[in-house]
Write a protein that binds this ligand. Structure first.
Ligand code: FAD
Ligand code: SF4
Length: 512
C-alpha cells in the first residue's frame, strides 16, 4: 500500500510532456505542421505518468472506447507497434485523432491523474504511436528503455508488477506493424455502399470491410477525407497523414469512387438497385450558414468553407504553381469562435494578413474551439474581439470596406447551457477590413436527401437516425455531422462504427 502510494507520488512529480513546436513568428510564414510530436524519450516518460488505474476513467471518456490504459502500457514497454494495433482495435484514424480530438473535453477530462495534477497527455501519446510507424530510423530500444527506466526508478515496480527485467523481455525491436485485415467473415461477398468519405464514412467502411463486406465509398469531391482534407488546414493536420489513413482503410479492401455525387450521379434507390444490400450516409455538414445581414453579397466575403477549401484542397497557398486564386489582404475579419473560425484566422495570417480580427459574440470562456488552437491563434497574433457581433458589412465599388459591429453582454444561459449574448444598445462601432470570412456554422447539403424523400429529416435538414444509425428508410443508415449537425471527428467515427455493427446485424438477420 505504502509502496503504491510512493509510486503514485513519484508519477505526479514527472511533468506532463510538452510537444516541441515551430515558433509563432516562424510558423505564420509557412503552412508546415505547428507541432513536431513527442520524442521517444518524452513519450515513454509521459507513459510512465499513467497510474495504470484499476478502474480507469479515460476509456469511458473516449467516444470510441479505446483501451487507453492498455496502449499506454505498451508505450511504457516501447512496444509501439502493438500500441498502435491496440488503438486500431477501436480507432482506424489514430494519427488524425491524436491531432484534432478535443481531448481536454473527453479522455483527458476524466483521467484520474488529472484530479491532482495535469492529466496524462493521451492525445499526444496517440499521435506519437501513430506517427512512429512511419519513422525509418527506429531508435536503439534497449538503450532508450534502460535510460528511461533508470531515470524513473520508483516506477519500476508498477501496478502491473512488471519490473525492469520483465519489461526487457517484452521488448521486441523487430515487431514492425503489419496491416492486419482482421476479417471476421472472409467468405462474405455482400456489397455495402457508403456515401461520403469523411471520418464517419471511412470508419463505417473500414469496420464493414473487416467483417468481410465488399464496400464502395462514393465521394463527391476528387479526394477522399471529407473535412480532414478540405477543411482542417495543413499546419494542423498534414494531408499526407490523412492520405495514409485513407490508404489504411483501402488496404482493408474498401473501394473509393471519387467525383460521385449521390443525388446526382446516382440516387440511393439506384444504389440499392445495383445490388448494395445496405447504404450508409455520412455526407457531413458542408453547407455554410450566413448571418443574413446587409453586405454579405459583397466581393471579399467568403464562407469559411469556401475560404478553407480554396486554400487546403485546392492549394491556393501554393499559387501560382496551383491555379486556385484566393484574395489576400492586410486586414481580415473572421466571424465565429469555433475551430473553423480559428482555422480561417490562422490561415489568413499565413497568407500574409497583418491584422486578423476574430469577431465572436460571446466571451473566451464560451469559445467552442480546442484550447490548444485558441492558444496557438493568440501566439500567432490573431486579435480576439470578444462580445462583439457584426450587424452589417459595408462596401465600396462592390468590395468589402468595413464591418459594422455591436457590443454584446452575457445574459441568462440558453439551450446550449452557455450564457446568451445580448446586444448592448447604442454600442455600434466599425472595423476597417478588406475580407470577411463567415465561420458561424454549417448545415447539411440537401442534394442527396432531396432525391430520397422517404428519408426523414429534422427541421434543420439533418437526417433523423436512431442511436444505432437506422433511418426511416429500410436498409439505409446514417451517422456523423449529417445526423448531429457540426460536431467532432471522433463522434462521427463513433457513429460510423456503431452503424457498421447495425448494418451487419440487419444484413445477417434481415430484421429492420
Ligand atoms: P465530413 O467530414 O463533412 O465528410 C462528409 C463527406 O461527404 C465529404 O467528403 C463530402 O464531400 C461528402 N459528400 C457530401 N455530400 C455528398 C454526396 N451527395 N455524395 C457523395 N459524397 C458527398 N472536429 C474535431 O474533432 N477537431 C477539430 O479540430 C475540428 N476542426 C474542424 C475544422 C474545420 C475547418 C471544420 C469544417 C470542421 C472541424 N471539425 C473538427 C469537425 C469535424 O471535422 C467534423 O465533425 C467531421 O469531419 C464530420 O465527419 P463526417 O464524416 O460526418 O463528415
Ligand atoms: Fe492512466 Fe489517466 Fe487512464 Fe488512469 S485514467 S489509466 S491515469 S490515462
Amino acid at each position: 500500500m505504502v509502496e503504491e502510494r510512493n509510486v503514485k507520488s513519484a508519477k505526479i512529480k514527472i511533468p506532463r510532456a510538452k510537444m516541441p513546436e515551430q515558433h509563432a513568428l516562424q510558423r505564420v510564414k509557412n503552412f508546415n505542421e505547428v507541432e513536431f510530436g513527442l520524442t521517444v524519450d518524452d513519450a515513454v516518460r509521459e507513459s510512465m505518468r499513467c497510474l495504470m488505474c484499476k478502474k480507469p476513467k479515460c476509456t469511458s471518456g473516449c467516444p470510441v472506447e479505446i483501451d487507453i490504459k492498455g496502449f499506454i502500457d505498451l508505450v511504457r514497454q516501447k512496444r509501439f507497434s502493438e500500441a498502435l494495433e491496440k488503438i486500431r482495435e477501436k480507432n482506424s484514424l489514430p494519427a488524425v485523432c491524436g491531432r484534432v480530438c478535443p481531448q481536454e473535453d473527453q479522455c483527458e477530462k476524466v483521467c484520474i491523474l488529472g484530479i491532482k495534477d495535469d492529466p496524462v497527455a493521451i492525445g499526444k501519446l496517440e499521435r506519437f504511436v501513430a506517427d512512429f510507424e512511419e519513422k525509418d530510423n527506429k531508435p536503439d530500444l534497449e538503450t532508450d528503455v534502460r535510460h528511461t527506466v533508470d531515470s524513473f526508478k520508483p516506477d519500476d515496480k508498477d501496478i502491473n508488477n512488471s519490473n525492469y527485467e520483465d519489461r526487457k523481455t517484452l521488448i521486441n525491436p523487430d515487431n514492425n506493424y503489419k496491416n492486419k485485415n482482421t476479417l471476421i467473415n472472409p467468405d462474405n461477398s455482400l456489397k455495402v455502399a457508403v456515401i461520403g468519405s469523411g471520418p464517419a464514412g471511412l470508419t463505417c467502411a473500414g469496420e464493414l470491410a473487416r467483417m468481410g463486406y465488399r464496400v464502395t465509398v462514393f465521394e463527391a469531391l476528387h479526394e477522399p477525407g471529407g473535412v480532414l482534407v478540405y477543411g482542417i488546414p495543413e499546419f494542423r493536420l498534414p494531408k499526407s497523414i490523412v492520405k495514409k489513413e485513407v490508404e489504411y482503410v483501402k488496404s482493408l479492401g474498401v473501394e473509393i469512387s471519387i467525383n460521385s455525387v449521390i443525388g446526382k450521379t446516382f440516387t440511393v434507390d439506384e444504389l440499392m438497385g445495383q445490388g448494395f444490400k445496405s447504404v450508409f450516409i455520412g455526407t457531413g455538414a458542408g453547407l455554410p450558414y450566413f448571418m443574413n445581414i446587409l453586405g454579405e453579397n459583397l466581393n471579399g466575403v467568403y464562407s469559411a468553407n469556401e475560404y478553407l477549401t480554396r486554400v487546403n484542397l485546392m492549394k491556393a497557398y501554393l499559387f501560382p504553381e496551383w491555379d486556385t486564386p484566393v484574395k489576400k489582404a492586410d486586414t481580415i475579419s473572421v466571424v465565429g469562435g469555433g475551430n473553423v473560425a480559428l482555422d480561417s484566422a490562422r490561415t489568413a495570417k499565413r497568407l500574409g494578413a497583418k491584422n486578423v480580427y476574430l469577431i465572436y459574440r460571446r466571451s473566451e470562456v464560451e469559445m467552442p474551439g480546442r484550447i490548444e488552437e485558441i492558444k496557438h491563434a493568440k501566439e500567432e497574433g490573431v486579435e480576439m474581439t470578444f462580445l462583439t457581433n457584426p450587424v452589417e458589412i459595408c462596401g465600396r465599388d462592390g468590395w468589402v470596406e468595413k464591418i459594422r459591429c455591436i457590443k454584446m453582454e452575457l445574459g441568462e444561459p440558453d439551450e446550449s447551457g452557455r450564457r446568451r449574448p445580448v446586444p448592448i444598445p447604442d454600442s455600434e462601432f466599425e472595423i476597417a477590413t478588406e475580407i470577411v470570412v463567415m465561420a458561424i456554422g454549417q448545415g447539411p447539403n440537401p442534394l442527396l436527401t432531396r432525391t430520397s424523400p422517404d428519408i426523414n429529416l429534422n427541421k434543420r435538414g439533418n437526417i433523423i437516425a436512431d442511436q444505432i444509425g437506422k433511418t426511416s428508410k429500410k436498409g439505409v443508415f446514417a451517422g456523423g455531422d449529417i445526423v448531429t449537425g457540426s460536431a467532432t471527428v471522433i463522434l462521427a467515427m463513433g457513429a460510423g462504427k456503431v452503424a457498421a455493427r447495425t448494418i451487419n446485424e440487419y444484413i445477417e438477420t434481415g430484421v429492420w
